[in-house]
Ligand binder design. Structure first.
Ligand SMILES: NC(=O)C1=CN([C@@H]2O[C@H](COP(=O)(O)OP(=O)(O)OC[C@H]3O[C@@H](n4cnc5c(N)ncnc54)[C@H](O)[C@@H]3O)[C@@H](O)[C@H]2O)C=CC1
Ligand SMILES: CC(C)CC(=O)C(=O)O
Ligand SMILES: [Mg+2]
Length: 352
């Protein structure tokens, strides 16, 4: 089992180190780790945010553990050289169109949520976000209008096959768990969303046991914090999924708690090839201070064990250790505590 470790920028290396330590302490037989440069650090060392060697390393691996990319000193670079292009490029080149972002309040940990405990207790949803299409990957540019004004533009589009394949992922997840499925779009305004909705309705015919409803994204944002219990599986596009998952993380308690799995169609000898990363970014405001919560990355490693290595028991072991750490009040600053990155990682390992 080969894992490519891509720590990236800011808090990426700090949180990745703790997740790697958790994986190593499980003493899994035949585990080999390779490390590569990605993001701003790669730009500074190699002149590009996603060097060919890094992409080749990811391709040769059975799974990728990714930290985060983003560096304020790179924000004025031409867009194709910016650190964020590395994660977009990895997703696109590796065909990782299905992003799973589970958000749940662990039983007994409702107090970590800013929501009222009776509302927070109902938060247990899986956001299935399309990851290689939408406005993030459309044509974009600058132009000058007839009036001489500068304009920025980004094209939003989805092709039927892109919607169909992510819809199947979401319907399968809903069917397997007996959950309702909510497809989130903005079909009242966007043609891209109307096509999305039409295709989702078509796919629904193959899953007669899944209860499907459609919701506009603005309403969905409200419902995530007012009635989270009405969501089981949430199916949505790249842009809306990005925003809704940060919102869901805040409702859980912190963005430092939400993991993700990015999957495609490639199968390895061990499971489905995937890239695993926390949903947060490089958090430049706390980088280098040992303050970052590594739990989202540790939980991402647990998702790797489940999806890429078929190790459900080990995945549950890691998830239970994180829940026990939280229950014991070992909290980072993001959750009102004072524990640092290393202390949290150590506490999780002690509870494995
Ligand atoms: N997948 C990726 O690599 C992503 C990269 N980014 C990049 O990261 C950089 C910073 O972006 P922001 O919008 O500030 O989002 P961010 O997620 O990095 O940070 C947002 C806020 O959450 C806090 N935070 C994030 N992760 C945390 C953790 N593990 N523990 C404690 N607090 C945490 C940060 O301190 C900050 O106050 C930008 O360059 C952005 O483009 C943003 C999102 C995803
Ligand atoms: C940096 C962006 C491209 C990605 C992002 O915010 C995310 O995937 O959550
Ligand atoms: Mg995001």
């Amino acid at each position: 089992m080969k894992i490519a470790i891509l720590p990236g920028d800011g808090i990426g290396p700090e949180v990745t180190a703790e997740a790697v330590a958790v994986l190593e302490s499980l003493a899994l037989p035949g585990l080999t780790l390779f490390e590569g440069d990605v993001g701003g650090i790669a730009y500074k060392r190699h002149g590009v945010p996603l060097p060919d060697e890094t992409l080749d390393m990811a391709r040769a691996a059975d799974a990728v553990l990714f930290g985060a990319v983003g560096d304020p000193s790179c924000d004025t670079l031409e867009r194709h050289l910016r650190p964020e292009q590395a994660i977009l490029g990895l997703r696109k080149h590796l065909g990782l169109f299905a992003n799973l972002r589970p958000a749940r309040v662990f039983a007994g940990l409702e107090h970590l949520s800013p929501l009222r405990a009776d509302i927070a207790g109902g938060l247990d949803m899986l956001i299935v976000r399309e990851l290689t299409g939408d406005v993030y990957f459309g044509a974009k540019g600058r132009r000058v209008s007839e009036a001489g004004e500068h304009e920025g533009w980004d094209a939003m589009s989805y092709a039927e096959h892109e919607v169909r394949r992510i819809a199947h992922v979401a319907f399968r997840a809903a069917a397997a768990g007996g959950h309702p499925l909510t497809s989130v779009d903005k079909a009242n305004v966007l043609e891209t969303s109307q096509l999305w909705r039409d295709v989702v309705i078509e796919v629904a015919a193959e899953y007669p046991d899944v209860e499907l409803d459609h919701m506009y994204v603005d309403n969905a944002a409200m419902q995530v914090v007012s009635h989270p219990d009405r969501f089981g599986v949430v199916l949505t596009g790249n842009l809306f999924g990005d925003i809704l998952s940060d919102l869901a993380s805040a409702a859980v308690g912190s963005i430092g708690l939400l993991p993700s799995a990015s999957l495609g169609e490639r199968e390895t000898a061990f499971g489905t090839f995937g890239l695993y990363e926390p949903i947060h970014g490089s958090a430049p405001d706390i980088a280098g201070q040992g303050k970052a919560n590594p739990m989202a990355t540790i939980l991402s490693a647990a998702m790797m064990l489940r999806h890429s290595f078929g190790m459900d028991a080990e995945a549950a072991r890691v998830e239970n250790a994180v829940a026990a750490t939280l229950a014991d009040g070992i909290l980072g600053g993001d959750l009102g505590g004072s524990h640092g990155t290393a202390a949290i990682g150590e506490a999780v390992r002690a509870r494995l």
